[in-house]
Design a protein around this ligand. Structure first.
Ligand SMILES: Nc1ncnc2c1ncn2[C@@H]1O[C@H](COP(=O)(O)OP(=O)(O)O)[C@@H](O)[C@H]1O
Ligand SMILES: [Mg+2]
Length: 422
């Protein structure tokens, strides 16, 4: 089959890498792809900017399956357009993508269907005074969440009233996030450990993938600024059967009931960002896609052929048996450009000394054709690549990833040395 993969990050490279291993896959069209997908067997990059052009590419080439990676195109309704064009697609339509596109919409949904989540109040910019009064009355720390998409910059945690006040001012008056910050949620802080659980949904059937834990802060021991993610491990060692059962009962099942009640034919990937407190598990957010960088840890753990799995999902025919995964662990370490998540340089050549006994997933790097070696990779983003080790246990998986990293070099490269240290 011919598959189109929309997006150009580490997540999409991991998806293409796995899809390319399928005997069922003949060709993969990546829009736009990156330096990693460019070098993946069966893959070809198509640097198309507009949604319309991408849909046209799918139609012209009679694509059998489209897989949409990032949230942006999903929130814009790309899945609806592809399905209208008759192309089986992995990704929810526009109305369901609002579960990620609007945190206020998602909270309303959770409340409507009794999904366990943190208590909150919602305020619009026109209610600035009410919001200021409210933060006088609550316990700290508190979480302030901008409603709309904010590329990971919309959620802040405040230890004091003064900090929370300043954030409300930034969102409502200075409009630092534009329209995304015109509505905010002020949410109770839940103490605990986080777990990411990604499930495949075909409209009725639900198949959870193996759990994961991601590392969001730039610095070791979870210090410093937030990033898109500096690494991930899978499974999440803290996600015990007790939490899994509570997740299924109080979060997953009510969510699926909610989708049915609202006649949402959800065909795609649904990501649950969860917080495990001592006794309970709370839903912090939905994402309507594979997580990045969790995918780079989860996909190498999947024993099944991804192509028929996603194809069946798109057709509403997922199998009923639990997904088969390796009985071991994955550790995925992100290598970033020096300075990230602040300013960083791009265009730095990457040196990879083969062989490497781990999987490399490229995020922000492009191929450049040069006389001296066509196809060499140059950095082009903050998060440049990740390296995933898969082995019988977490310690060996991490050792594999870190050993491989010694063979990958570019000027100013930075990575956390504590991914997978519990
Ligand atoms: N209620 C909460 N209690 C404690 N921490 C929270 C809470 N809500 C969010 N967080 C923290 O903020 C991070 C980002 O919040 P999230 O809801 O996942 O939004 P986004 O991923 O869109 O930025 C979470 O991964 C978690 O670390
Ligand atoms: Mg999140």
């Amino acid at each position: 089959m011919k598959v189109m993969v929309v997006g150009g990050g580490g997540r999409e490279h991991a998806l293409c890498w796995k899809l390319a291993q399928s005997r069922r896959v003949e060709k993969i069209f990546c829009t736009p792809g990156n330096g990693g997908t460019a070098g993946t067997p069966k893959c070809k990059n198509y640097p198309l900017a507009s949604l319309q052009e991408q849909v046209q590419l799918a139609v012209d080439n009679q694509i059998d399956l489209a897989v949409i990676g990032p949230e942006g195109p999903l929130v814009m309704g790309m899945a609806d357009i592809l399905r209208e064009a008759g192309i089986p697609t992995v990704g929810p339509g526009k109305s369901a993508a609002a579960l990620e596109g609007s945190k206020a919409f998602a909270k309303d949904f959770m409340i409507r269907y009794g999904v366990k989540t943190a208590d909150y109040r919602r305020f619009h910019k026109s209610e600035f005074q009410e919001a200021l009064q409210y933060i006088e009355t609550i316990k700290y720390p508190v979480v302030v969440k901008a409603d709309g998409l904010a590329a990971g910059k919309g959620v802040t945690i405040h230890k004091t009233k003064a900090e929370a006040r300043a954030q409300l001012h930034a969102l409502f008056v200075d409009e630092v996030l534009g329209e995304s910050g015109h509505t905010v949620l002020i949410e109770k802080f839940i103490q605990g450990r986080e777990v990411s659980v990604i499930v495949l949904v075909d409209g009725t059937q639900v198949l959870p993938l193996i759990s994961a834990m991601d590392y969001k802060r730039i610095g070791e021991n979870d210090t410093g600024l937030n990033t898109g993610g500096m690494g991930a491990i899978s499974p999440n060692p803290f996600y015990t059967d007790m939490y899994r059962k509570k997740f299924e009962e109080s979060i997953l099942n009510p969510t699926i009931r909610g989708l049915k009640s609202e006649n949402i034919d959800y065909r795609g990937v649904l990501y649950f960002g969860l917080m495990m407190s001592k006794e309970d598990v709370y839903l912090l957010e939905y994402n309507v896609r594979f997580g990045d960088p969790e995918t780079q840890a989860i996909i190498p753990m999947l024993e099944e052929d991804l192509a028929p799995l996603l194809y069946d999902l798109a057709l509403g025919q997922l199998h009923e048996d639990p997904l088969r995964c390796y009985d071991g662990s994955a550790c995925s370490v992100v290598v970033a450009s020096g300075g990230y998540p602040g300013e960083y340089r791009s265009g730095i050549p990457i040196q990879i000394d083969l062989p490497i006994a781990a999987s490399i997933f490229i995020a922000g790097a492009q191929e450049r054709d040069e006389e001296s070696g066509a196809g060499r990779l140059y950095t082009s983003g903050g998060r440049v690549l990740s390296v995933t080790g898969v082995d019988r246990d977490l310690t060996s998986a991490c050792r594999q990833a870190y050993t491989a990293l010694e063979n990958i070099y570019f000027e100013g490269r930075y990575y956390r040395r504590d991914i997978g240290k519990l």
